[in-house]
Design a protein around this ligand. Structure first.
Ligand code: OXD
Ligand code: MN
Length: 630
């Protein structure tokens, strides 16, 4: 044990908190906490154990520090972020790497020494006058082959409170197994604050907003921001560290939901699903009638010949706009219960209730939001209309509050994954659902070639088509080619590899009208379930295996008895759009050839073969081919 670190802790922590910290017999924990007390100079330090009274202290601190305020429903609170801090900041999120490490041009990185120096300068005395919260969590269930212990330091009680809701507490796990374990570490400070609506305080120095990732030391720094996607250590910050670890050790850390599909627990088939942010991942994971294990991040390992998956988290940081009573029943019911929920960046109505876009047919004409008192027509400093709630307004809630939470949420062995779904925001190319021919074909054509149109979950322009392999590009911490190779190798020799599917909820017709209804995802999920269980056959097209019309009709009838699913709808949805597919392959090949490091040869072969099949079909049937032709 480093005596200097212990001395520093002893002089800065009161007796109770000092004892809590040294009960963990791990010098890496002591050194880290001591080092960042020395740099950030908090006025006090609170070490949070897994005990209820400690967790209550955090919750109350969020009110006391004016980071959250109560709403009308017991256990509901509101948090605001600065208007310009309500999404992930990709430009200022960077990997700190030594000069010798080339991660490729698609991943934002900078010189490690320079980055460390810069962020330490920003952190200097940054917690002055504030309390530092010291937290211990586990990624994945505790006591499991998936467990990764994490240590978080933050001066934001809102961040610490969100983490209680979203992650598994692990102070006891640290005390039991702390000694030589590798840990992920996070330091966050919200920086100087300014007032927003309801007297809540928001980060002010956004120019010094940084999210820096030091892969060499498994440490992440986050400064001058509160938005959870930039600050909550165990979420996207930890995903980046986990991807690096997984790549070295031959397993997968993915931007994926995990769900159980089936009518009874005995007949449950589990799917993992990767979607870019704000593209239907949570609404798929929470489909009423199916069960949810996780809505955002999954860890997958090969164990005894099967692919097993766990949710890295235990809660949802979900997007609110669009959630309503009829389309999202299980989320709606949970949001209207007295479960503990932190709402962020919504409008607070004059009844002190949360309001978000699409919650009901009518908008309130006034209320309070991040801009203070809000009224319809209020303008921001650029003269733009301020909407009542942000497009990326969120809720933070433990999964146990969902009526369809899966009983295996905390199973240390995970669930057996039989299918993997890839979905993007694609208005013109992919059919609503399609199965890959095999593992490698799926990894390449559905995952490595994935593109998606940008959304409000990140700062910047929306609706721009972007290359987004595995829906994970924002979080990749290894060269993209290395990451893809790891995927290919993960299950390529498994006789029982999970089936791979693509879904597209955003396909439009030529006039720009959506071809899917929001609730249709239920149908596509059930068809995939039938495929995995060999209950239906499929039509072979140049790009994969698609449903027979006659197999979809009974699924529609079962779920939506009042609607007739017509042959015309089926043809519009499942017509193979050859020019769009060929253009996509061309873009993808160009991208991999020009900009991606270490692209595996298989990628070029699989895409060239797909191109040939499409060209043959075009010669035979023309550009747009009805599914009835195959
Ligand atoms: C999220 C995201 O919050 O991906 O899940 O942005
Ligand atoms: Mn996400």
């Amino acid at each position: 044990m480093d005596q200097d670190a212990i001395g520093l802790l002893e002089s800065h922590l009161d007796d109770k908190n000092f004892k809590k910290l040294i009960a963990i017999d791990n010098p890496r924990v002591h050194d880290f906490v001591a080092n960042y007390i020395d740099i950030c100079r908090p006025a006090s330090v609170f070490v949070c154990t897994d005990e209820k009274k400690d967790i209550d202290y955090i919750r109350k601190s969020a009110w006391r520090n004016r980071e959250e305020a109560p709403l009308s429903m017991p256990n509901h609170t509101i948090h605001f972020d600065n208007y310009k801090d309500q999404a992930r900041d990709k430009d200022n999120t960077k990997f700190l790497l030594p000069e010798s490490y080339n991660i490729g041009p698609e991943i934002n990185a900078m010189n490690r020494e320079r980055g460390l120096k810069e962020v330490h300068k920003i952190l200097h005395r940054m917690m002055k006058g504030r309390e530092m919260y010291v937290r211990f969590f586990s990624l994945g269930p505790t006591n499991s082959p998936f467990t990764i212990p994490c240590l978080q330091l933050t001066d934001s009680a809102y961040v610490a409170h969100s983490e209680d809701i979203l992650y598994r507490q692990a102070y006891d796990e640290f005390v039991k197994n702390g000694k030589n374990r590798e840990i992920f570490r996070f330091v966050h400070s919200q920086g100087r604050l300014q007032e927003a609506g309801l007297d809540l305080m928001v980060s002010r120095d956004l120019k010094k907003r940084r999210v820096y990732i030091d892969l060499m030391e498994n440490t992440i720094f986050s400064t001058n921001t509160q938005y959870a996607g930039n600050t909550v250590g165990m979420k996207k910050l930890a995903l980046r560290l986990a991807i690096n670890k997984a790549s070295k050790e031959g397993w997968l850390a993915e931007h994926m939901l995990l769900m159980g599909v089936g009518d009874t627990q005995e007949k449950m088939t589990y799917f993992a699903g990767a979607f870019p942010s704000a593209c239907g991942k949570t609404s798929t994971a929470t489909l009423a009638g199916d069960t949810i294990v996780g809505d955002d991040i999954a860890l997958l390992r090969k164990i005894n010949g099967s692919i097993m998956g766990v949710n890295m988290e235990r809660g949802i940081f979900g997007i609110l706009p669009g959630i309503n009573a009829s389309d999202d029943k299980s989320q709606w019911n949970a949001l209207n219960s007295d479960a503990e929920i932190i709402f962020s960046n919504i409008l607070v109505t004059d009844k002190n209730e949360p309001y978000w876009d699409g919650k009901s047919d009518t908008w309130p004409s006034k209320g309070i939001n991040h801009s203070g008192d809000w009224f319809d027509g209020k303008l921001d400093d650029m003269g733009r209309k301020i909407p009542p709630a942000h497009k990326n307004a969120r809720f933070c809630m433990a999964l146990e509050n969902m009526e369809n939470v899966d009983p295996n949420l905390h199973n240390p062995d995970g669930v057996k994954v039989s299918g993997i779904i890839y979905g993007g925001r694609d208005s013109d190319t992919f059919v609503p659902v399609e199965e890959a021919f095999d593992w490698i074909h799926g990894v390449i054509t559905k995952a490595a070639a994935l593109e998606s149109e940008t959304t409000a979950a990140t700062l910047g322009k929306r609706g721009v088509r972007k290359f987004n392999p595995m829906s994970n590009i924002d979080f990749l911490s290894v060269p993209i080619g290395t990451y893809i190779k790891n995927h290919i190798d993960f299950a390529k020799d498994m006789p029982d590899a999970p089936r791979i599917f693509s879904v597209n909820y955003f396909l439009k017709d030529m006039s720009g009208k959506y071809l899917n209804h929001k609730s249709d995802k239920k149908i596509w999920v059930r068809w995939m379930d039938k495929r995995v269980n060999n209950e239906v056959k499929a039509i072979r097209t140049p790009t994969g295996l698609i449903p027979y019309y006659d197999d979809l009709v009974p699924i529609f009838e079962n779920f939506f008895p009042d609607i007739t699913y017509t042959e015309d709808e089926y043809i519009n949805q499942f017509t193979v759009r050859i020019p769009q597919h060929l253009a996509k392959i061309k873009r993808t090949l160009k991208m991999y050839a020009a900009r991606i490091l270490y692209t595996p040869e298989e990628l070029f072969d699989v895409l060239e073969d797909q191109k040939e099949r499409l060209e043959d079909a075009r010669d035979r049937y023309g550009n747009y081919v009805s599914p009835f032709k195959f």
